[in-house]
Design a protein around this ligand. Structure first.
Ligand code: NAP
Length: 237
């Protein structure tokens, strides 16, 4: 991964932080994106300690078009290219449809779907110019199946899967890979939960997802990984 520029959204904690550390160990140049500057600074320190060649933190709400434009301008003026975009930032509200507010519904779609679209569309011109690039989406196992109490969240992740599958058909012959990672229950801060809570002891760890991302990103140029689904042994599919 030396000399590769890897942009990770939602990099301030959880899966995004673990992905950043995994690429840092392989000496990539890393762009950390999230909304909370203090958390980004903390991760920046860890990423540098882990061996990253260079680190850029950019405070961005990925659901805002103008902020995504600035994020890309800053990245390209610093590094001149983007090799890997990890679309990881995401939010979830889990409750029956009858109790779901319009604001919760819209926030999930704004971040999980529109934000992912904005970041992807933003890096594509540079990747097409380069003739290479890799877009890796942290989707979810509920991007291919549904759960009661997760109708809105499932709908956003089904949208991610459809978007990615169609995009792959548009760009793979131009050297750009599109991969979806579909994790099951993973111990992070997701949905306002506590990382390390006792009831999550047997769940996947953020590092498990990060290794799957690295596996997809480390294949030879002619090998494309479409989807990777991961579950903890305690969760049935
Ligand atoms: P997390 O610990 O809550 O982390 C979410 C990250 O997204 C944070 O860095 C957060 O930082 C960032 N974020 C949220 N809204 C944002 C926005 N509008 N703009 C930019 N960044 C934003 O959750 P996680 O589990 O690591 O989630 C990462 C991804 O994994 C999500 O897409 C989630 O759907 C997916 N996933 C999680 C699980 C699970 O069980 N944990 C399972 C399957 C899939 P700021 O708040 O600072 O912006």
């Amino acid at each position: 991964m030396e000399d590769k520029v890897v942009m990770i959204t939602g990099a301030s904690r959880g899966i995004g932080e673990a992905v950043a550390l995994e690429f840092a160990k392989r000496k990539a140049k890393i762009v950390l994106v999230a909304r909370t500057p203090e958390d980004l600074e903390r991760v920046r320190g860890r990423v540098l300690d882990a061996g990253a060649e260079d680190v850029l933190t950019i405070t961005t709400d990925i659901s805002k078009e103008e902020e995504v434009e600035v994020m890309l301008d800053v990245t390209l003026s610093r590094f001149g290219r983007v090799d890997i975009l990890v679309n990881n930032a995401g939010v979830g509200y889990f409750k029956p449809v009858v109790d779901t507010t319009l604001s919760e519904w819209q926030t999930m779609f704004d971040v999980n779907v529109t934000g992912l679209f904005l970041c992807t569309r933003g890096v594509l011109p540079k990747m097409l110019e380069q003739g290479s690039g890799h877009i890796i989406n942290i989707s979810s196992d509920v991007g291919r199946r549904t759960i009661a109490g997760g109708a809105g969240y499932c709908a956003t992740k089904f949208a991610v899967q459809a978007f990615a599958d169609a995009l792959r058909k548009e760009v793979q012959r131009q050297g750009i890979k599109v991969t979806n990672i579909l994790p099951g229950m993973t111990d992070t801060y997701f949905a306002n939960s506590e990382q390390g809570a006792e009831h999550k002891r047997d769940w996947l760890k953020a590092e498990d997802i990060a290794r799957a991302v690295l596996y997809a990103a480390s294949q030879p140029p002619g090998v494309l990984v479409d989807d990777i689904t991961l579950h903890p042994m305690v969760q049935e599919y």
